[in-house]
Design a protein around this ligand. Structure first.
Ligand code: SAH
Ligand code: MG
Length: 211
């Protein structure tokens, strides 16, 4: 039954040309894991960009009458800046001379009717985590991919997850030929805490379960 819902989401994402960095199998996994974890508490993502991941996590949260907190400063990661590999000129604010993905996120949330489910939090991850007190059912980390940033995000947010909850980390590449090592090293640091079990990997999405 959920398969039809996922197909409909994929089709709507394509139709509206929602920009993002998420493969279909990873998107589907976000939806399924969020459905499972939403019973434990709200979900939270670091790195919303234009809202592709927010649609899959948020749709699951809406089904469970839960909430997704979507954290992003909306100024882009290093690789999104002008002249860098993943720069998109359509997302650059020429007046302020900065990246601004917040309007695209809002448009996506409107298109998918997620205004009452997804709460955008427009700030750097480390500023938000400092005051965060609500125990979470699921956290999805897809913000800055440097070793330092990925490590800080994974370790700080892991603390906020309920026992039985999930930590999902994007861009896990065990082999350096396939991609940057920041998220993978951060995942290993979380596993070294001893209270998270690396359950599975869907494409480049690492799935950790808190005991
Ligand atoms: N999950 C998205 C892709 C995220 S791209 C998708 O499904 O397509 C990475 C995002 O992380 C960018 O939008 C960038 O602005 C954000 N980001 C990078 N460093 C951050 C930080 N320290 N705090 C908050 N957001 C950050
Ligand atoms: Mg990513």
């Amino acid at each position: 039954m959920n398969d039809n819902k996922i197909m409909a989401l994929h089709q709507a994402i394509d139709k509206h040309q929602i920009k993002g960095f998420l493969a279909q199998d990873e998107a589907e996994a976000l939806y399924r894991f969020a459905l499972e974890a939403a019973n434990l508490g709200p979900c939270l993502e670091i790195g919303s960009y234009c809202g592709k991941s927010s649609v899959y996590l948020g749709s699951a949260c809406r089904e469970k009458n839960s909430t997704l907190f979507a954290v992003d400063h909306h100024r882009g990661s290093e690789e999104h800046q002008p002249g860098e590999e993943y720069h998109d000129a359509e997302l650059f604010d020429p007046t302020a001379q900065v990246m601004d993905t917040l309007p695209a996120l809002r448009r996506t949330l409107d298109l998918f009717d997620l205004q009452d489910t997804v709460v955008p939090v427009v700030a750097p991850s480390q500023v938000v985590v400092k005051q965060w007190a609500t125990p979470l059912g699921l956290v999805f980390i897809d913000g800055g991919h440097s070793h330092a940033q990925a490590l800080a995000d994974c370790l700080c947010w892991a603390e906020k997850i309920q026992p039985g909850g999930l930590l999902l980390i994007h861009d896990i590449f065990p082999s350096p030929q396939d991609g940057g090592q920041g998220p993978y090293l951060a995942l290993q640091a979380v596993v070294a805490r001893g209270d998270f079990h690396w359950e599975t990997t869907v494409n480049s999405l690492g799935v950790l379960h808190r005991r």
